[in-house]
Structures are given as structure tokens and as C-alpha cells.
Design a protein around this ligand. Structure first.
Ligand SMILES: Cc1ncc(COP(=O)(O)O)c(C=O)c1O
Length: 393
């Protein structure tokens, strides 16, 4: 008899490009003539318990403003998930709804840092971190990571870069490089941030997407100092693929910040949606088996991708992601046959594959492409084979 696991593998393998195009997600509708491996969306549908509760909520007509009575349930669900999955005890009342993680970032900048504070980002980094600081009227400081076999923090550079009032954006697991920070790295970071009088925005949206052998350690959990200088944000939106329902969790980790949030942030809570709050609650409480199936499938896809890159794109390389479903592939050594443009542009024009431009992740990402491997394995194979054929042509 088939195990649930093999059932899921067969189910996900059988999803076709035609079906995904007809669903019409952002990922599959934006470039109708290309195979998409760009925006961070997954192609595995919606977990049944979430789909059922969202449908019930719509049918009941509970789609007005976010009812306050729904908020504690999401706090309890997220709190239990953090405790059981990441070993972090955070009170449910300190887990607050906001529209999305980038709204949590904006609130952190506006409510928790001085106007003179700069925003420090370790690059390569999630693309909006490169342009959002200017929108908030803040200076961006890019701190390139050190690339060896993996990507390492430039601790000395960070000590020099950070000044009092600055905000370090720490993305863990780190989009686009898939790094999952160790407790020792986080403790060392916390020591530097504390000494420099700065603060941290811990973007942990990819936290449920860590592969076997790795452990997600919430940054705010590593010490009292870290809890004192951090605002954390997460959501079920990446791991359960429900970003369009527009709900994330802003997590406070000290009483002073909780008081600031109460005074200034309450209004922001009502930009989250009833459907999103219900979906996040069900995800954390009742859709962990679906996540386990997806993670096992993604784990195989990342191995498949490593083999495909070695076979189809000789000269390209990437650090194996420890978390996320994104691979950041170094294409600097590829021979593009005199093509004038970036590797991303080359693969769009010559292979019909839509990737994310590495240069959008900061200067350290130039010559890289970000490839989203959360797609059925046959489609992943086709994507990399088309890239390989374009190189050989
Ligand atoms: C690291 C990271 N942060 C934030 C976001 C955006 O999240 P949201 O849609 O909740 O603002 C993403 C989306 O891919 C992401 O990868």
C-alpha cells in the first residue's frame, strides 16, 4: 500500500504546467510564454484544512473588518507552533496581526527606530530590502556576506557598519541564499548589535521551511539582549502558500516594545484580513502534515536541482539551501556566447525561463540568478534542461 508520503509525491509530480497556467497565479500568469521560476510562490495548491475553513468563512459572510475576537486564536496557534517547532516560548498576546511581513518592517522602522537611523542589510538580500529604505526616507547600508562554500557573515564588517539607532534586517532563513543561521552565529550577531546600540528586524517568514538536519533558531530567543532589541515578523504565507490572504504576525519580545505597539500599532492590526487570520490559524494548528509533505518534496527537489545544475550548467554553482525553496545560482563563470546582458536576461531570452535577477539582491548578487524550485519535479527538470540547451546552442 502506498504511504501518505509517496501519495503526495505522485500527487505533486502529476501537476502540469497547463493546470498551473489555468489557475493563473502571479507566478504563472506574468510571463505567459516562459516557464516561471521567479516569485516566491509554490505550485502545490492549498492544504485541505485551510481551503475548507476559508471557504466556510466566505460562505458565512464573515468578510468584513477583522473581528478582534479572531486575534487571540491566531496568537495561540502561532505561539504553540513557535514553542513546538522552534522551542521559542512567546506569549500569544505578543503575537500581533499585520497585513504582511513588509508592513511589519515598515511599522518597525517607523515606531521603533529614530528618524536618523540607517537600515543595514546583509547582501545578497530579498529584493525589496534594497529599495524600501529610501521609501521610508532611510539610508541603506549594504553589507556583503563572505562567500566560501557557504555564505558567512562578515562579523568585523558588521561591527564597523552598525551605529546607534540603526536597524539591522536579519532574514533567517535567508532569502535568496537559503542560509539557516546557527545559534552561535545569532549569539555573536546579538552581541554586536547590543554593543553598537542598534536594533534588529528579524524576518523569519521562511522559518517553517527548514530541511532535515537544520534547525531554525528564532533570533529573539537567543538571549535577553536579543529579545530586548528585536521585532520579529513571520507568517504562514510562504510555507503554506497563502500570501494573497494578507496576514502576517508581528512578534514583540519585551514589555517596552509591547507598550509602544499598543499605543501606535493597534490601528495597523486591522489591515490584516479575517480570511488571512483564519488561514494562518488553521495552518499552524491543523495543516502541519501538509507542510511535512511539501518539505519532503522540496528536499528531493533541491537534490534534483543540484544534479541538474551540475549536468546542464557546468561552471554554475550554488550553496545548497538549508531552508527556503530558493537557490541562488552563481552564473558568473558561464559562457553566454557574447550575449550582452545578465544571465537572467540570457535565460529569459534564450531559454524561455523566468528567473529573478541576482543583481536586484544587492551588488553581491550580480551575475547570479535566483531559482524557485517549489514546482513539480518534471517542470523543474524542464526548466533546467531548457537553460542547459540555451547554453549549448
Ligand atoms: C524574506 C521575505 N520577506 C518578506 C517577504 C514578503 O512577505 P509579505 O508578502 O508577507 O510582505 C518575502 C516574500 O517572498 C520574503 O521572502
Amino acid at each position: 500500500m502506498a504511504t501518505p508520503q509517496t501519495d503526495a509525491t505522485a500527487r505533486f509530480d502529476a501537476i502540469t504546467a497547463g493546470q498551473l497556467r489555468s489557475v493563473g497565479s502571479l507566478k504563472w500568469s506574468e510571463f505567459p510564454d516562459m516557464l516561471p521560476a521567479w516569485v516566491a510562490e509554490m505550485d502545490f495548491g492549498l492544504a485541505q484544512p485551510i481551503a475548507a475553513r476559508v471557504a466556510e468563512t466566505v460562505a458565512s459572510g464573515r468578510v468584513g473588518y477583522l473581528p478582534n475576537v479572531l486575534i487571540p486564536g491566531m496568537g495561540r496557534a502561532a505561539s504553540a507552533f513557535m514553542a513546538e517547532t522552534h522551542g521559542w516560548d512567546v506569549p500569544a498576546e505578543w503575537i500581533r496581526p499585520v497585513t504582511d511581513v513588509l508592513t511589519a518592517l515598515e511599522c518597525t522602522v517607523r515606531f521603533f527606530t529614530p528618524e536618523t537611523g540607517r537600515i543595514v542589510v546583509m547582501t545578497p538580500a530579498y529584493m525589496p530590502f534594497m529599495w524600501l529604505p529610501a521609501l521610508y526616507g532611510r539610508e541603506l547600508v549594504q553589507l556583503p556576506m563572505v562567500r566560501a562554500a557557504s555564505w558567512d557573515v562578515d562579523f568585523a564588517g558588521l561591527e564597523d557598519a552598525l551605529a546607534p539607532g540603526d536597524l539591522l534586517i536579519l532574514c533567517n532563513p535567508h532569502n535568496p541564499i537559503g542560509k539557516v543561521y546557527t545559534r552561535a552565529e545569532l549569539e555573536r550577531l546579538a552581541g554586536i548589535v547590543e554593543r553598537r546600540g542598534a536594533r534588529v528586524f528579524a524576518d523569519e517568514i521562511h522559518a517553517p521551511l527548514v530541511y532535515d538536519g537544520g534547525t531554525h533558531v528564532p533570533y529573539a530567543s537567543v538571549s535577553a539582549a536579543a529579545a530586548g532589541h528585536t521585532v520579529t515578523a513571520t507568517s504562514a504565507s510562504k510555507a503554506w502558500n497563502l500570501a494573497g490572504l494578507k496576514t502576517a504576525q508581528l512578534i514583540l519580545s519585551n514589555a517596552a516594545d509591547a507598550a509602544v505597539w499598543k499605543a501606535k500599532g493597534g490601528f495597523k492590526e486591522h489591515s490584516a484580513t479575517p480570511l488571512g487570520v483564519v488561514a494562518n490559524t488553521v495552518a499552524y494548528n491543523d495543516a502541519r502534515p501538509w507542510l511535512a509533505e511539501v518539505l519532503a518534496y522540496l528536499d528531493r527537489n533541491r537534490m534534483l536541482l543540484a544534479g541538474l545544475v551540475a549536468e546542464q550548467l557546468p561552471g554554475a554553482s550554488f550553496a545548497m539551501p538549508e531552508g527556503t525553496y530558493l537557490a541562488f545560482i552563481d552564473c558568473n563563470a558561464l559562457d553566454l556566447g557574447g550575449f550582452e546582458g545578465t544571465p537572467t536576461e540570457f535565460f529569459a531570452a534564450r531559454a524561455g525561463v523566468a528567473l529573478t535577477e541576482g543583481g536586484l539582491c544587492g551588488d553581491a548578487g550580480k551575475g547570479f540568478v535566483r531559482l524557485n524550485f517549489a514546482t513539480p519535479a518534471p517542470i523543474l527538470r524542464q526548466i533546467v534542461e531548457q537553460m542547459g540547451a540555451a547554453l549549448r546552442a
